[in-house]
Design a protein around this ligand. Structure first.
Ligand code: CA
Length: 233
């Protein structure tokens, strides 16, 4: 059983938001909706969406600001909705960190197709941005396309669950995950391990990627809560 993918829809025009949400739900996605930029940022932190549909023209905090703030912390796919049709604006949208854009008025069918395509690219690790990430002067590297993690230039053999946990933590480096969230987000709802199983996965992950797993630099413990990824560089 696959966990439903979650889409955060950010759109201040209620009718458009409702139509988009209805189509996404019909297509098997779970949705959360924000009608302004600040709520969008709050829901992004709280809900860990798999993809964000982001309207450019929002009251208060604009879609551009939302996109830039999210991109500081996350590689989640962002599909921009824009009413502007000039080529320069499209390019700007991509430069500010969006992965794709749809110009209003758009066909809902096309929007859903783009969402599906971005989800697949993200699943396969071939989202157009951030295919390769590295930290601390390439001490630690992640190549999403090759599904490969390297430490000091040497490939680290991670189990599929360790790799999923690592990618989840890296995707939201400012976020502290509880053990329960890591089970849900990284391993899927049907994972039948206990929460403490996460601790042993984390322990193994640390022994493979940290120089001193007793004093981790990357996979940090947040006491009484869970774990987070520490941005070293
Ligand atoms: Ca708008």
């Amino acid at each position: 059983m696959n966990q439903k993918k979650k889409v955060l829809v950010v759109e201040d025009e209620v009718k458009i938001a409702e139509v988009v949400v209805a189509y996404l739900q019909n297509s098997g996605y779970e949705t959360v909706t924000a009608y302004d930029g600040l709520t969008a940022l709050h829901l992004f932190e709280k809900e860990c969406p798999d993809l964000i549909i982001l309207d450019l023209m929002l009251p208060g905090c604009t879609g551009e600001e939302v996109c830039k703030k999210i991109r500081k912390n996350s590689r989640v796919p962002i599909l921009m909705l824009t009413a502007k049709i000039e080529e320069d604006d499209k390019v700007d949208g991509l430069n500010m960190g969006a992965d794709d854009y749809v110009t209003k008025p758009f066909s809902t069918r096309e929007l859903i197709a783009r969402v599906g395509s971005l989800m697949r690219r993200s699943d396969e690790g071939i989202a157009p941005l951030f295919q390769k990430m590295s930290w601390n002067h390439s001490e630690l590297e992640l190549d999403l396309q090759a599904h490969e993690v390297k430490r000091d230039g040497r490939t680290v053999n991670l189990t599929p669950n360790e790799y999923k946990l690592f990618c989840t933590l890296v995707k939201y480096p400012q976020k502290t995950f509880t053990r329960e969230e890591l089970i849900e987000v990284a391993l899927g709802m049907d994972y039948d391990g206990f929460e403490r199983t996460i601790d042993s996965h984390i322990k193994n992950l640390r022994s493979k990627i940290e120089s001193d797993s007793a004093n981790p630099q990357y996979i940090l413990t947040v006491r009484g809560v869970g774990y987070k990824f520490g941005e070293v560089d």
